[in-house]
Design a protein around this ligand. Sequence first.
Ligand SMILES: Nc1ncnc2c1ncn2[C@@H]1O[C@H](COP(=O)(O)OP(=O)(O)OP(=O)(O)O)[C@@H](O)[C@H]1O
Ligand SMILES: [Mg+2]
Length: 227
Amino acid sequence: MAAALLAVEGLVRRYRADRPAVIDGLGFTLEPGEWVAVMGESGVGKSTLLNLIAGLDSPDAGSIRLDGRELAGLDDDALTLLRRESMGFVFQAFHVLPYLSVGRNVALPLELNGVPAASIATRVATVLADVGLGDALDRLPRELSGGEMQRVAIARALVHRPRLVLADEPTGNLDPRSATQVLELLARTVRAYGGGGLLITHSRAAAATADRAVEFDGRAFRPLSPG
Ligand SMILES: Nc1ncnc2c1ncn2[C@@H]1O[C@H](COP(=O)(O)OP(=O)(O)OP(=O)(O)O)[C@@H](O)[C@H]1O
Ligand SMILES: [Mg+2]
């Protein structure tokens, strides 16, 4: 059987010894190409979970494997490389660099991965066209709307075709209509680029753009109840 894209087992994260663990015994698997929405109350540990999967924080117990590789066995350099090559991030705070053009912003992950300049130009143009910003290459982020800026963030998260996409409330500061459009675009682009990943969201409309949706309570992923 092919390895899961992501396999999490017995995950525990406790920030303080005198408080209950935030994440307590979580296990789930994500198949390659699966795009899953994760809902759950504020403070339940959703961002904590993404930080652990990204290797930005370490669990107190349990295992996280990406394509069969255990993250706990990797040192900081290996984790940085893994993030750079195999992961893409979309956050609410865009992290789009204001003094770089849209094209330069989107080119960054490819530059960091040492992709040759000639193929960078082609790939940046392609992904910008895919997110409907084919004419924005030379524009500066401050000249864009919130929805356009978030599409730049999506282009940048996907341009290197990461195996795993991690999105944390990517449309939290967009109006509902732009939010739905951006999320449909994100789901489409993740599928087109062959990745899988987790979409953290508070919105059922947003969750409906994913392949499946789960409710997270710190202990388990449960299928989202209807209604
Ligand atoms: N670095 C930290 N040190 C101590 N406690 C933390 C830290 N980060 C998060 N927490 C606590 O862990 C719990 C889970 O936080 P987390 O940010 O993962 O929640 P969340 O599900 O993402 O919430 P939201 O939907 O509001 O973004 C909260 O009680 C939070 O206060
Ligand atoms: Mg959060």
